[in-house]
Ligand binder design. Structure first.
Ligand SMILES: [Zn+2]
Length: 240
């Protein structure tokens, strides 16, 4: 709440230390967290809102997110506004899914030599990326509830949509890996051999799938760690 001087009070009754989750209620803003020593002021919501903010223009915000996701993902999530709507994050995911679909089409188009099938592959890649991102955010929400972290569905959605930047390298890893396997391994006797109950080819394809997920999963994990105890202004649930 803004007080008479227009300055908002922090910490409030439900404020937590952003680093360790210690309740900051009653501490002066000049103090340090008794648990981990981080300055109380560092956990103020005023420290957030620097990145991914639609007010700076969506294209600029999206470019900023893409660059920072590769060079400083922690700093981006540390400064991420956790209030307002998710329109920017959703359009960012849509843009990434589209770009990944096109990249997939370019990788596979020349060898598929079937336009209908290539179009389906592009569409499939787009939908798979959106689908996996939303499955991830349900998982993050459930996991956070169990751990007592403050990551409700709307915040998990924001974290995961922005982490979609990690699908770009993921698609390249999967695409190039599949091209290599189809060129050098497919049809070879060793590739179709069974090791116990599983084929060598299944292990290769499965490993490639896991490898292509890793980048996205890592960004989600880094993001959740930076927002799990984040504080918001009590009166600004509807702020843009
Ligand atoms: Zn602390």
């Amino acid at each position: 709440m803004p007080d008479s001087a227009g300055v908002r009070a922090f910490p409030t009754d439900d404020s937590l230390c952003e680093r360790c989750g210690y309740p900051l209620r009653g501490l002066p803003i000049e103090a340090d967290c008794p648990e981990c020593g981080q300055a109380v002021a560092e956990s103020s919501p005023a420290k957030r809102g620097e990145y991914g903010n639609p007010k700076s223009g969506w294209w600029i915000a999206a470019m900023q997110v893409s660059v920072m996701m590769f060079f400083a993902p922690r700093r981006l999530y540390r400064g991420l506004s956790i209030q307002g709507g998710n329109a920017m994050a959703r359009s960012y995911l849509a843009g990434i899914a589209l770009a990944c679909g096109l990249a997939w089409g370019f990788l596979w188009g020349p060898i598929i030599e079937n336009e209908v099938f290539a179009t389906h592959a592009m569409l499939g890649a787009c939908l798979a990326i959106v689908g996996m991102t939303y499955i991830e955010m349900l998982g993050v929400t459930a996991f956070s509830r169990r751990r007592g972290w403050r990551v409700p569905l709307c915040l998990a959605e924001r974290v995961c949509c922005l982490a979609a930047a990690g699908w770009m390298p993921g698609v390249l890893i999967a695409g190039i890996g599949l091209l290599v396997l189809s060129a050098f391994a497919a049809g070879e006797p060793w590739f179709e051999r069974f090791l116990g109950l599983v084929r060598v080819s299944w292990i290769c394809y499965g490993g490639l799938f896991v490898l292509s997920l890793l980048w996205f999963e890592t960004l989600v994990w880094l993001g959740v760690r930076q927002v799990r105890y984040a504080n918001s202004w009590p009166d600004s649930g509807h702020e843009a």
